[in-house]
Design a protein around this ligand. Structure first.
Ligand code: ADE
Length: 418
């Protein structure tokens, strides 16, 4: 079997860690039970480009049980958990192409290796797989039924492809399901980003000034958790509505140019480029820590940081010290790549449970709707979203009220007033 991973002997460690993750993924495992009976993905060749973690291993197991033939590569050069990759290759016999720390050339070589499967379904996180398909492997496009996309950045890229008439097959935006972004983006990113920054630096957040770039679902989560640990949180935003929300949530809001001289720790989560750039580095305090938790390593202008520096060294794992020509030092975490997966383990399994339940059911939905969906970006059907919320609550032992007949009637009427 073809694969490219760091070390197959890590498989036993990976197996135990996957078992641990699966304990917190009851909804996905319930779907796996249904898949074992119905085999909805039988005959499907599914090419996946996801962060190769223990949670993703749990998803691969579910898709394989559903009958899919799989290949998997990393959706980021620094997010792979090598033991999870080894587990998948050795125990599930899935061709995996992912090595933590791989260079960009290997990253794209791995995407091409996955495409050798000649997929009928793609499962992407960030849209590099889909964009490689459309630019370099157009010969494969006619065989594709549809794809799913995991993250905000990927959905934005795919919508842009659809608007320009380039997208050649339907995509389900898993990110846009309520049971995905309300939980994964907010609580998952919130906890795992703070976890990554702490693991990399061992800094105390209490009493520090923590600047969060972007107040989308991910930024909200990080701001909430950093504040909870005693940091003094500043938000930077471009969108007036989000900025207003941050103000009313009790945060200080200001432009990055004003936050730069105040911050001890900076974390970007905007999905945009050059959020922290030359003019900001020059204003920062000596010892400022700079990290990113957005999908791509474009939010911190690394070229500018290199240009302003006269030397750099790795001072501890995932911490690079840049000596600026102005005499100050700036510390960059995880090469500016998503710090929650680079220095920590990404989102905990109990939120990935819902995200990946959406992935599994969206793949099934694509098969069921074969040939009927337009070549554009579609939402996850509401019935799937609602069912995942219901199953998650059930797994947590939380019961809720049931609407009465009188209440139903009231909600569908207009005659009853004050
Ligand atoms: N994205 C963020 N956290 C993740 C995880 N634990 N597994 C897969 N993808 C993720």
């Amino acid at each position: 079997m073809d694969y490219d991973i760091k070390d197959l002997s890590l498989a036993e460690k990976g197996k135990l860690r996957v078992e641990w993750a699966v304990r917190s993924m009851p909804v996905l495992k319930l779907i796996e039970k249904q898949f074992a009976q119905a085999k909805p993905l039988k005959g499907i060749r599914l090419a996946a480009c996801l962060h190769v973690t223990t949670e993703t291993a749990a998803l691969m197991q579910t898709l394989q049980t559903g009958g899919a033939e799989l290949r998997l590569c990393a959706s980021n050069p620094l997010s792979t958990q090598d033991d999870a990759a080894a587990f998948l290759a050795k125990h599930l016999k899935i061709p995996v192409f992912a090595i933590k720390g791989e260079d960009n050339q290997t990253y794209y070589k791995h995407i091409h290796s996955v495409l050798q499967l000649k997929p009928t379904i793609t499962m992407d996180d960030g849209a590099d797989l889909v964009s490689t398909l459309h630019s370099e492997r157009q010969d494969l496009l006619p065989g594709i039924v549809g794809g799913t996309e995991e993250t905000t950045t990927g959905v934005i890229r795919l919508r842009s492809m659809a608007e320009k008439g380039i997208l050649q097959y339907p995509i389900i935006a898993v990110n846009d399901a309520n049971t995905k972004h309300f939980f994964d983006n907010r609580y998952g990113t919130g906890q795992s980003t703070v976890d990554g920054i702490i693991r990399a630096t061992n800094r105390l957040l209490a009493g520090s000034v923590f600047v969060v770039g972007g107040y989308g679902w991910c930024g909200r989560g990080v701001a909430m958790r950093a504040q909870g640990m005693g940091a003094n949180v500043i938000i930077t935003e471009m969108d007036p509505l989000k900025a207003l929300e941050a103000v009313m949530d009790g945060f200080r809001v200001m432009p990055m140019s004003e936050a730069a001289p105040l911050g001890d720790i900076f974390c970007t989560l905007t999905g945009n480029i050059q959020v922290i750039r030359e003019e900001h580095f020059l204003q920062m305090k000596d010892g400022a820590i700079v990290a990113n938790s957005g999908h791509f390593n474009v939010e911190i202008d690394l070229t500018a940081l290199e240009r302003l520096s006269q030397g750099k060294r790795t001072i501890r794992d995932f911490v690079e010290e840049f000596c600026l020509k102005n005499g100050k030092k700036i510390y960059l975490l995880g090469e500016g790549r998503l710090i929650n997966l680079a220095a920590a383990e990404g989102h905990p399994p109990s939120v990935m449970d819902m995200s990946f339940a959406n992935q599994a059911l969206s793949a099934e939905f694509l098969v069921q709707s074969r040939g009927t969906l337009q070549r554009k970006v579609h939402g996850v059907p509401q019935a799937i979203d609602q069912e995942i919320a219901r199953l998650k609550l059930e797994s947590m032992g939380v019961r809720i009220d049931v609407i009465t007949e009188a209440q139903k009637k009231y909600l569908s009427s207009w005659e009853v007033g004050t």
